[in-house]
Design a protein around this ligand. Sequence first.
Ligand code: HEM
Length: 476
Amino acid sequence: DTKDGDFKVIPGPIGLPMLGNVLQVGNKMHIKFGEWAEKYGDIYQIFLGNRRSIVISDPKMMKEIFTVEPAFAGRAFFEGFEMYPNEPLGIVSTEGELWEVHRRFLLRQLRDFGFGKSTMEQLILEEVNETIAQLKSYGEKPISTVKEIFQVSVINSLWTIVANERFKHDDPRLLTMMADSFRMTDELMNRAVMFFVPWTRHFLPPLKDFEEVRDRNRLFYQTAVNEHKATYQEGTTRDFIDVYLAEIEANKDNPNSLFHNRIQAEKQLHAILGDLFFAGTDTSSNTLAWAVLYLAKNQNAQKKLQKEISSVTGDSRLVTVSDRPSMPYTNGVMDETMRMSSIVSTGVQHRAMTGKPFKEYFIPADTWIFPNLYYIHHNPKIWGDPANFRPERFLTADEKTYKKNDNLLAFQVGRRQCVGETLARDSFFLFLTNIFQRFSINLDPNVPEPSIEAKVGFVLSPESYSIILKDRNPQH
Ligand code: HEM
């Protein structure tokens, strides 16, 4: 069923009728995708249910397919998972004009770096300080809730930028939201087959209170927007919600704008807030949790990181984003963490909106396109010793200069490349450096050493682990 003519057939494993290759994929998609890459090469084809999917396992080919052809920048839309039923809104799962306009708008806001009086960096640093104070409160007792602590920190630093509000660690709205999202992730992952083979949902046990959770979630965003409307003052923008409301105001006489119809525009805003939460929190908090685990296991790397932090700041002030260019080793630690963990392990798939040729192949309309990120980041032909945590691989031989490696593609690349990349990197940098400036981190010697084997969810996360902190700067 490949298009006739001069095009080559894309190789791939044979699947079953109706189910395609879904059962072969199993529950470690990133591992199976790697095994198939070894067998079928840099581009291969599988069927997830009856959905034709191609998997790209070469970094250059990946860059090409996601950059050159606009038709390959579509997105799979999962019916039943949208904030407003049957309406694709927001950025992550939209296509066409709605997607383009909002993507551009969000990018511009994030690039301008800051609303109103305080810059994003100051807002993130406030949260960094809160996190340090919280970690400090444990003294030298073991901490086994590292992931949960980072989760709240990251939610807060994002939510301050978006809604000018931070949550207390025991705020019931926050706890409900986190519990909802953990439970839904687990429930959905146990039914992953449902994403690919929609009819199987009729045979699986129903998702418990799925709709209730979705409504509660939507209400959370609606409430935030309504509170902003009630206190909105023209000319002052406190946060992202205000900036968006100002854009609605500015377009009230412009019927051609997507911001013109207030009711519709507010729904778009709710969906974008949901996207930012969904795309920005689990990713960032797990990246930080992986970094702490890797550095607790690799004391030598931790010492080198601390030495660099001390030499740049004298340990007498916080690390700020402007220090980053003079911290090559730290940049290496960040990249090495993202390479090894590869949390978005098989990327976020694109959809071919129309059928188009690609190299010597033809990609039919509605094909899903997956980047084989975990495989690329662990390919020994690219990295030599991928199983070792070695930040030096991102430095020049004299270890004095950071050297970007084009094979590290954690944020994907091209037309839909992560819009939060700069924010994610800056906030990762600020949390990582300031935590390790303050503390030395060791694994809890009284429990078995944690493995670096990932737990599979929407992202790859570390299994829970337990650490002990030592304050490096107790007089503060
Ligand atoms: C370490 C942290 C993060 C990682 C590894 C990550 C990774 C990714 C990846 C792989 C994609 C898919 C790109 C594509 O489809 O081509 C993506 C998309 C996206 N990310 Fe991130 N991300 C991170 C943090 C964030 C943050 C902090 C935000 C928000 C502030 C964010 C917002 C988004 C959005 C809105 C999209 C959808 C872009 C689109 O469809 O046009 N991400 N991210």
